[in-house]
Design a protein around this ligand. Sequence first.
Ligand code: C5P
Length: 367
Amino acid sequence: TDSRSASLTTAQLSLLVLVIQNSTLVLMMRCSRVRKSPDQMYIASTAVFLAEILKIIACLIVLLIQKRTLKRFINVIQKDIFEQPTEIIKMIIPSALYALQNNLLYVALSNLEAATFQVTYQLKILSTAIFSVLMLGRSLSRGKWFALVLLMVGVTLVQLQTVNHHITASSASDIDIDKNNNQTINLKNHNDEDPTSSTITVTSKSSTATATHILMAAQNPLIGLIAVITSCISSGFAGCYFEKVLKSSDTSMWVRNIQLGFSGSTFSVLAMILYDGKEIFNDGFFQGYNSLTFAVVGNQALGGLLVAMVVKYADNILKGFATSVSIIVSGIISFYFLNFQPSSQFTIVSISADRDTRLILADIEAT
Ligand code: C5P
């Protein structure tokens, strides 16, 4: 039918934008966390909170545009949100998980290399599939399970080189290699007049491994790993929970997101006050912010809305595929713009991911 083909287009479009958004978020977030000294660092919990508020504002604006008049808009807000406390209570579970997960993402990216993070984060694909079966009654054929695991493994292989390449590219200005292959790493220096900037010289012939290692020295990989695994479980569960709520009633996605945002912002305020209250009180909410921080916040808010759209028009499993494809897209971008040489593994995985995605798209069309 017409509506089916229209919603398929929306599904594809939202997936495409999710792919682009996802390809940039991890790198931007990681850049925003490692390129500063701790005393100039922005407070992650404030960024999570801001993204939450931004999402609510965006949903309100969309609702206002959809309803056309202020009167009808206020009517919807009153009837669907203020007069539906049980619906808001229903959203407490996923919003608490998302608040936790959004904060853990910063913990993970502050403690793990982007490559390690991306690899471990792929477990999300599997946890999502498991929760889709348990909570949404989906059944996946053995072939599809195999495809999921294969994609996960494949993406992991690609990641190991793609993201390393990004790290090299993004921190190239921090690493100078002289003619004897000694590496000089400018740890803090992004401001030429900054007297606290320091350099370390490493005598090593291996190009970037040592440099990367030293840049990561102050971090705790175990904490990063626990954070990322917890995020995967939370992501799978919360995603399927939201999908179930969204697809079991007529309430619009925008209203659902505002309901989610209400408890979500409450949780993020609590996290912010509990963990960083003192620091915020002393040095201000926006301490350490720069334009990149605002870009990360905007990107994260956009990502949240896209996730909701993808879950509505497609489903969580497909969302997992989109995020894996985004890794391949960033590989292709690096190929054209950053001189990245793809290996045969990369090419094989790209082709098979393309095929899997088409199979799954054909599958939604059929259902
Ligand atoms: O990685 P994952 O897909 O679980 O990420 C979900 C992200 O999307 C979280 O940052 C969460 O806050 C956001 N989200 C949202 N609104 C929804 C669903 C998810 O903002 N309805």
